[in-house]
Design a protein around this ligand. Structure first.
Ligand code: ZN
Length: 235
């Protein structure tokens, strides 16, 4: 049904391997720098609280959330949720991650454009990622077995929905890069970390950024691969 494996190996496999490598780098760097304590000796929660207060974001709450690397900022509830490993740890990795999430809270407070756009896309993207794949596969099956024109348009609609998912992953990039940039600046500005402690923060946050780059490349490659299959059949 999908012809030769050539296009698959070209479009899908390299981005997938890049993603695996990026995730591994996150794990390795997180493990390494979660064992390195900071001079200030503040927990991730305290780092976040102090930075939020220093920037006047008193209404943003800091909470503990279960799970591994589940740290995130919730713009709707104005809550900064830190995983246990970040919330209660006094490590360089915890300070970096807490500061990064605080960077998202700051983006929200300042109405940072890419974050606003990203939040607005969330409901559509949820539908796209849920139905896009099934519509594409279903439509493709219809065209294969029934030769129907309708199948082609269903697959095309699935491709369109998935293109939105890819677009979302691209808009995520400036949001993530900007949060880390703000985090690094504020950590030294507020005297939470010394310059030589920033090496670990860089390593952890850069590795995390790479996973977002890999995810965006994966999504774009998926769109190209599907387009190649869909339009390749028509010729
Ligand atoms: Zn982030």
């Amino acid at each position: 049904m999908f012809g030769s494996f050539g296009p698959y190996l070209l479009f899908v496999l390299p981005p997938f391997l890049l993603g695996l490598w990026a995730q591994r780098r996150v794990r390795v760097n997180f493990e390494k720098y979660s064992k390195v304590g900071t001079t200030a000796g503040m927990t991730g929660a305290k780092v976040a609280r102090q930075m939020l207060d220093a920037e006047g974001l008193y209404d943003v709450k800091v909470e503990r959330v279960a799970g591994n690397l589940t740290d995130h900022y919730d713009p709707r509830g104005k809550v900064l949720r830190l995983s246990e490993a970040t919330h209660d740890s006094v490590s360089v990795a915890a300070a970096g991650i807490a500061a990064h999430e605080m960077g998202h809270a700051l983006q929200d407070a300042k109405g940072y454009g890419p974050l606003v756009l990203r939040s607005a896309l969330v409901p559509t993207v949820n539908i796209g990622s849920r139905f896009g794949t099934w519509m594409f596969m279903g439509g493709l099956l219809l065209t294969s077995f029934l030769g129907s024109q309708l199948g082609f348009y269903i697959a095309l609609a699935g491709l369109g929905l998935y293109t939105l998912v890819a677009l979302f992953s691209v808009i995520t990039l400036p949001v993530e890069f900007d949060a880390s940039r703000r985090a690094k600046a504020l950590l030294t500005e507020h005297g939470i970390l010394y310059k030589d402690e920033m090496e670990g923060v860089d390593a952890v946050l850069n590795a995390a950024a790479l996973t977002y780059v890999a995810a965006a490349i994966q999504a774009i490659s998926q769109v190209l691969y599907w387009a190649f299959i869909l339009f390749g059949r028509r010729r």
